[in-house]
Design a protein around this ligand. Sequence first.
Ligand code: AMP
Length: 433
Amino acid sequence: MKFTQLGISAPILKALEAASYTNPTPIQQGAIPSALEGKDILGLAQTGTGKTAAFAIPTLQRLSNQDKQSSKRVIQSLILTPTRELAIQIQDSFKVYGRFLPLKSTVVFGGVGQGNQVRALKAGVDILIATPGRLMDLVQQRHINLSAVKIFTLDEADRMLDMGFINDVKKIIKMLPVKKQTMLFSATMPKEINTITNQLLVNPVNVSITPVSSAVETVGQQVVFVDNNHKMDVLHNFIEENTNESMLVFTKTKHGADKVVKELNRRNVSAKAIHGNKSQNIRQKTLNEFKTYQTQVLVATDIASRGIDIHELNFVVNYDLPDVPETYVHRIGRTGRAGNTGIALSLCNFQDKSLLSDIEKLIKKKVEVMDNEQYPLTDFTPKPKQRPARSRKVKVTNDKKKNTSPATKRTKDAPKKSKKSRRRTLGQDRPRS
Ligand code: AMP
């Protein structure tokens, strides 16, 4: 199928061609025609498969089609998204797809001064991309008026509707006109938020690109069982085996991220951390340095797990497994984007094996177990019953070195095959796209 078959207008087709998009992705094929008709949309598709264009293209086209009603621009489309980085990225996409249209967009998010954002709003915008906190601040200060919104989109809808954001989102929805088009897009949609989804959407068109809650097939998923005190050794070996490859490493805590960076730097690996304790300007600078290959390893907490699009990123490492299985899908979705291949390696200690089982249940497949002859598990302490799981403030234990013997070749360990037939070097075997 071609973009021309979706009813997209000439200026947007021209912009897509300039961006070297040849064919629409399945979520774009499914969502764009109905969204262009103004219908509510529930779009579920794997991360990295073009959801932004699936809502940005119809938004741009519907707004550009209408007769000019007043000389002053008013906000007619609001896109809410959970993280600042994602908000910036979405605005970049609007600029790409709308470059031949006379529409204006801007982005507001917290963590930076509001001066520039207020100036942009004062100049007049048609499309606003926002994170909830700053949006509400600016509404309260009367810099933003949402009463003319015609198209409302919740990106990463599952996150926006979960406990952390739902109250803000409900308040924002109350500021919007009742009659409007609503689009919800997400890669995962836990059952608990089905009810609220149904309340927000009116006769929605469901576009579900199966399987939801899974990573694209082009991402090879591997796990190494290793004690906490040897995770750094395994990570370092993995980095050395994949010289000069960019790697995104996820940790559970901000402190953990800083610690991993410190140790990698000590081992002469160029690494920087991005997490909520860094100022927004530093976060953006660090992300840009990683995207432009100035830093080899970016160590991040889950603020970077959703939506962030890093071109040709082949490796994601879960230094710690996430407590929430859906987060795993988002994290590993930073690789294997737009049809590319990738490897997602998880480091799992004995206590986190139950988290791995939860993940495997969600993604409905087994993660490939890699042999770890050099640093085998030695700590079989069972998980404490009252462990503060699901809390974000889980402390990472101290990494004391026990074993510093030279690396032996790590090999794949698929449980049911003979050992000989299983030999393969960790991370070297990327699935084909
Ligand atoms: P998204 O899921 O919207 O973050 O998109 C993931 C990546 O796919 C981004 O780098 C987009 O620029 C790219 N992309 C989206 N749609 C297409 C398409 N139809 N053809 C080629 N690349 C695309």
